[in-house]
Write a protein that binds this ligand. Structure first.
Ligand code: BJW
Length: 240
C-alpha cells in the first residue's frame, strides 16, 4: 500500500486523532515561515530576539509593535488554503487541533464548536504587558502602539515570545490530548521549538505519528510515516 493510502487508513481508523500544525500549513496561503531551507523566512531575515522576546519589546516597543502590525496587515488580505480546509474537515469528524500558528487561518474555517488550541497565542488580540487586560485587534484598522486603559503599561501582541511560558491551562489540555491520542498528524513544523515540539514525542509513546513536511524535519524520527510535499496538495488527499 502506498504511504498516502496507509496514512488515510490510520486517520480513518483513529478513535482519538490529534493534528499538530506549524507555519508550513499557512505557507501556501502566502504567510512566511520562520525557518526552512529557502532562507526567505522570518528568522532568515530578522533577529528573533529583537522581534520576538520580552527583552526586545522592552528595548524598542515601537519597532516590535510595528513589525507585528505589518504581519497583521498582510493577514488582512490572505485566506486559508486547501490544507486548512482539509484539517477543518478532520476537526468536523472530531479531531483535536493543536497549532503553533498565530495567524488565525485555522480558526477562520474551523467548524462551529471545534476547539483549536493556539499554543503560541494569537495576532488577533493585544494583551497588556503589565496586567491581565486583553483586547481584540481588527487587521483592517490597526491600532498604534499604546498604553493599557487599566494600568498604563504597554499593550503588546498576545503571542508567546522566546523565554515566555505557554498558557499552563492550554498546555495541560494539549498534553492530555497527546497522551490519549492513537494517531497524530504533524503538519508543516520544523519541530525545533520547545516545549511544543515535545508533544510529538509524547504522542508517539502510545499512538502512531504521521509527519507531513516539504523537507526533512527534526520530528521524522518519531514518525511511522513521513510524507514529503506541500500541505495544501497532500492534505486534501487524506480526506477526499
Ligand atoms: C512546509 C511548507 C508547505 C514550508 N507544506 N510544510 C528545550 C530545548 C531547547 C530549547 C528550549 C527548550 N525549552 C525551551 C527552549 C527555549 C525556546 C526554544 O524552543 N528555542 C529553540 C528555538 C532552541 N522555547 C521557548 O522559549 C518557549 N518558552 C518556554 O520554553 O518557556 C519556558 C521557559 C521560560 C523561561 C526560560 C526557559 C524556558 C516559547 C517559544 C515561543 C515561540 N514563539 C514563536 C513566535 C510566536 C510569535 C510570532 O509569530 O512572532 O512561535 S517562534 C516561531 O517558531 C513561532 C512558531 O510557532 C514556532 C515554531 O515554528 P514552526 O511552526 O515549526 O515553523 P518553522 O518555520 O520553524 O517551520 C516550518 C516548516 O514548514 C519547515 O519545516 C518547512 O519545511 C515546512 N514547510 N512550506 C508543508 N507548503
Amino acid at each position: 500500500m502506498d504511504d498516502i493510502l496507509l496514512a488515510r487508513e490510520m486517520i480513518r481508523s483513529a478513535q482519538r486523532l490529534v493534528i499538530f500544525t506549524g507555519a508550513g500549513v499557512s505557507a501556501d496561503s502566502g504567510v512566511p515561515t520562520f525557518r526552512g531551507a529557502s532562507g526567505d523566512t522570518f528568522w532568515g531575515k530578522y533577529d528573533p530576539m529583537t522581534l520576538a522576546s520580552p527583552q526586545g519589546f522592552r528595548r524598542d516597543p515601537k519597532l516590535v509593535y510595528d513589525w507585528y502590525n505589518w504581519r497583521r496587515s498582510q493577514l488582512a488580505v490572505l485566506t486559508p488554503n486547501a490544507g486548512h480546509v482539509a484539517i477543518g474537515a478532520l476537526q468536523e469528524r472530531g479531531a483535536t487541533l493543536i497549532t503553533q500558528n498565530v495567524d488565525g487561518l485555522h480558526e477562520r474555517i474551523a467548524p462551529k464548536n471545534a476547539v483549536t488550541l493556539q499554543l503560541h497565542g494569537t495576532l488577533a488580540e493585544d494583551r497588556c504587558s503589565g496586567c491581565d487586560y486583553r483586547e481584540a485587534v481588527d487587521f483592517t484598522a490597526l491600532p498604534p502602539l499604546r498604553g493599557c486603559p487599566e494600568c498604563g503599561a504597554k499593550l503588546r501582541p498576545a503571542v508567546v515570545w522566546f523565554g515566555e511560558m505557554l498558557d499552563p491551562a492550554l498546555w495541560k489540555v494539549a498534553e492530555h490530548a497527546c497522551k490519549e491520542a492513537d494517531a497524530m498528524l504533524v503538519v508543516g513544523t520544523s519541530g525545533q521549538v520547545y516545549p511544543a515540539a515535545g508533544l510529538v514525542q509524547l504522542a508517539a509513546q502510545r499512538g502512531r505519528v504521521i509527519v507531513f513536511n516539504l523537507e526533512d524535519s527534526a520530528l521524522d524520527e518519531h514518525a511511522a510515516i513521513s510524507l514529503k510535499g506541500r500541505a495544501s496538495e497532500i492534505l486534501p488527499l487524506l480526506v477526499s
